[in-house]
Write a protein that binds this ligand. Structure first.
Ligand code: MN
Length: 234
């Protein structure tokens, strides 16, 4: 079972991701069960801003519901297969973060960390191309275990961008996965602005990225508490 604190964080995470513009009617956030690593918790099929504690459901790593059979997210297999393949991951956010999407389709350009809040992006998140797994007539959704597994295999350090679709970010806590999701969107906006000014943009080195990332991991609660308060006003 989720602890009461984790349940509260998972509900808050849904609201924060909406308030910060990372998700809208779509997108989802999950947490691995602290008692059973083969189970994870995520809302029933609902817009994130509408999620309350009673909407959380438990799933196994095949994407089957454990607690009840209310309608679930089509793309829950993203979460299931990442938890299966990455024991270090305890929270996953999947979004259609709008400023990320141009970087998934513009050839010759990669999302790369360019400010100190975004070191978790490391060298550049890989781009998942669903055509390589499922041909050229899909709906682009990760709607079964096979596609979830393909996406999980392409996950870089902490994130993967999905061509024509969005972003999936992982963390060792709910708060870290949310922080990374918010700042991936920030980095994408800043990178587009910098690229409009110059074709020679300076990015973080991998060493800077790792150092910045571990520094920011000690500061997550400051941002979380602010975002939580702002989200309550919605
Ligand atoms: Mn999606």
């Amino acid at each position: 079972m989720l602890t009461d604190a984790m349940k509260q964080d998972l509900v808050d995470a849904n609201h924060i991701l909406y308030e910060r513009g990372v998700v809208d009617g779509f997108g989802h956030v999950s947490a691995r069960d602290p008692d059973n690593p083969d189970h994870f918790w995520i809302s029933r099929n609902l817009a994130p801003a509408m999620v309350a504690a009673q909407d959380l459901m438990c799933f196994d790593l095949d994407g089957n519901p454990v607690t009840d059979d209310r309608r679930s997210y089509l793309e829950r297999f993203i979460h299931a297969e990442i938890y299966r393949s990455r024991p270090d991951v305890r929270s996953v956010v999947h979004s259609h973060s709008p400023s990320i999407i141009p970087f998934t389709v513009a050839k010759g350009v990669s999302l790369r960390p360019m400010c100190h809040m975004c070191g978790f992006l490391r060298s550049a998140p890989p781009v998942f191309e669903i055509r390589e797994s499922a041909g050229d007539d899909t709906n682009l959704l990760i709607s079964d275990s096979r596609l979830g597994s393909a996406l999980a295999r392409s996950l870089g350090g902490h994130s993967v961008v999905m061509r024509g679709h969005g972003l999936t970010v992982v963390g060792s806590t709910i708060r870290q996965a949310v922080f990374r999701s918010v700042y991936a969107e920030v980095n994408a906006k800043l990178q587009m602005q910098a690229m409009a000014l110059s074709d020679d943009v300076i990015y973080l080195t991998e060493e800077e990225a790792d150092t910045c990332s571990s520094t920011m991991d000690g500061q997550l609660d400051r941002a979380w508490n602010l975002w939580k308060q702002a989200a309550i006003q919605i």
